[in-house]
Structure formats: structure tokens, C-alpha cells
Design a protein around this ligand. Structure first.
Ligand code: AMP
Ligand code: MN
Ligand code: MN
Ligand code: MN
Length: 277
């Protein structure tokens, strides 16, 4: 099954419109797709309609920003929920409401290191202050000619500990899982191999996630090496998680892998899409 249960459109920090993401996925042979914009459901209707035309199965998704413990940002992918659910919609609106203020602070920090006009520059890429993400700042800094690609911008200015990074309180893990549960969805821990935390902390996170109702983890992610995927498969077995397959595609030339271009899941793991309806 060519499933891809994690990708982004212009409704968050992706480069393609929702319908174009779906058409590209279909062209790549994807059979089951979830669009998972950051903290936002606004692209789902367009994507679902395009999926009907393109002949692929579509699952509603979102990637929720969460602050775990003091200062670790993690991402939870929600799948197969009711997109009209008020608790989920209000929760996501609350998470988005922090983005504009954070962006203003990021622009101030960047100005201190000589990068001016970053708020307006990032906003030109985002289109909407409530969607402003570090990716939009990264694209502006590339526009300025200060780095050759967004990856380099993150390494120099936007990753935790770098001059343009501003700590932010997103949703709590409990809130995110509460909203997903209320909307009848399934919670998947996104790209677990990417968090810069110890193995012991990752296990603690998994235990907490499972105890709050979390069901799956992304064993295969565009951000995972083959070794990391093997480690995440062991974690799935240890905690009894279903396994997801997730490109985390943001756009041509800006992503680790293209839509659907991932290996098969290890045969002994339960695929997370078997848990959807
Ligand atoms: P934000 O939610 O505004 O903090 O932005 C997070 C987004 O930045 C992620 O969803 C990725 O799209 C992007 N991102 C984070 N780290 C990197 C990186 N090292 N290289 C490229 N993109 C990154
Ligand atoms: Mn992103
Ligand atoms: Mn993410
Ligand atoms: Mn993502």
C-alpha cells in the first residue's frame, strides 16, 4: 500500500496548494493520502475534492504543535477526525493565535543580527499572520541572498539555540490528545527520530503519549535515516504502537523525500491506516 500520511500545503508552510499536493501524490502513485497542515484544517475540503478527481483515498489530517515538559517542541499528527468538531477547531485556533506574536519577536531577534524586514518578508510567503512559521522566515532569508537553501537558514539562524529562535508555548500534550479524541481521530507521534532528546526521554514521551491515548508513531518519515527507522520500529514494538509512513513533504526542492517515496513498513508492524474507520 502506498500510503503517505503526512504532508503540507500553502495552508501552512508547504509550497503547493492542497489540490496540487493531491495531484502530485496521485502522480507519484500514492493510494492513501493525509494532508496534515500545521495547526490548520483549512486545506482539507479542497484536498478531499481533488482526491475524488485523482482517484486516491483521502484522510483528514493536521499536525499539532505541542510543548512537552519545559522546552521541547514535538508534533502530533491527527488523522481521521471530524473536521467540524468544535473542540478541535477551537484548540487549533488557540494554537495558531500564538504564531503572529512569536513571528514579531523572531523578526526583532533577526534584526539584532542584521536581518531586517523579516516579519513583512515572511508574511509575503505565509499570506496570513496566523500561519507564520519558521519556514516562511527561512524562505525570506534565502530571498535576501544570505543562504543558499532553507536547511542552511535553519542551521544558522532558526534552530533552537540560534539567534532567530524564540521559545514558544504551544498546546500541551494532554490538550492535543484531548482535542483529537473529542473529534474521533487517531493520534500519531510525528517524526520521533528528529527530536533532540535522549533515548530515555523519548521513551518517557512515548509512555506519556500512549497513556493519553496516542496510537501510532511515524516509523517511516522523510526525516528518518534507515537506522533511525529501525530504532523507531523497535519503539513501536515496545509500546504497542501502530506504524505510520509519512513523507512530511513541504514542496519540490524543499523536502527530504517526495510524496509517497518511502520504503515499505516492516512486515510485523501494524500499519496505522488499518486503525482508521
Ligand atoms: P514552526 O512550527 O514555525 O516552529 O516551524 C517548524 C517547521 O520548520 C517544520 O514544520 C519544518 O517544516 C521546518 N523545519 C524545522 N527544522 C527544519 C530544518 N532543520 N530544516 C528545514 N526545515 C525545518
Ligand atoms: Mn513544516
Ligand atoms: Mn513536524
Ligand atoms: Mn510536518
Amino acid at each position: 500500500m502506498n500510503a503517505d500520511l503526512h504532508c503540507h500545503s500553502t495552508v501552512s508552510d508547504g509550497l503547493l496548494r492542497p489540490a496540487d499536493v493531491v495531484r502530485r501524490a496521485a502522480g507519484n502513485g500514492v493510494e492513501l493520502l493525509a494532508l496534515t497542515d500545521h495547526d490548520e484544517l483549512g486545506g482539507l475540503a479542497e484536498a478531499r475534492a481533488a482526491a475524488v478527481d485523482a482517484g486516491l483515498r483521502f484522510v483528514d489530517g493536521a499536525e499539532i504543535s505541542v510543548s512537552w515538559e519545559n522546552d521541547t517542541t514535538i508534533h502530533i499528527v491527527a488523522l481521521g477526525f471530524d473536521p467540524g468538531n468544535a473542540a478541535l477547531r477551537e484548540g487549533l485556533a488557540q494554537v495558531r493565535s500564538g504564531r503572529d506574536g512569536r513571528a514579531a519577536m523572531m523578526a526583532e531577534e533577526l534584526a539584532r543580527v542584521g536581518i531586517h524586514g523579516a516579519y513583512q518578508g515572511a508574511l509575503r510567503h505565509a499570506g496570513n499572520p496566523a500561519l507564520l512559521s519558521r519556514s516562511h522566515f527561512a524562505r525570506y532569508i534565502v530571498d535576501c541572498g544570505l543562504a543558499r537553501d532553507v536547511k542552511t537558514v535553519f542551521e544558522r539562524w532558526l534552530a533552537k539555540g540560534k539567534p532567530g529562535y524564540v521559545a514558544h508555548a504551544w498546546a500541551t500534550l494532554e490538550q492535543a490528545l484531548g482535542w483529537i479524541g473529542a473529534a474521533g481521530g487517531l493520534a500519531v507521534l510525528a517524526h520521533p527520530g528528529r527530536y533532540r532528546i535522549s533515548g530515555a526521554d523519548l521513551r518517557r514521551l512515548c509512555a506519556e503519549f500512549r497513556d493519553l491515548g496516542g496510537r501510532g508513531i511515524e516509523v517511516l518519515s522523510g526525516a528518518h535515516s534507515a537506522d533511525t527507522a529501525r530504532e523507531m520500529a523497535r519503539l513501536a514494538r515496545e509500546f504497542g504502537f501502530s506504524a505510520s509512513r509519512a513523507s512530511d513533504f513541504h514542496g519540490p526542492g524543499e523536502s527530504w523525500v517526495d510524496l509517497g517515496r518511502l520504503p515499505e513498513l516492516p512486515a510485523d508492524l501494524r500499519a496505522v491506516w488499518l486503525d482508521l474507520d
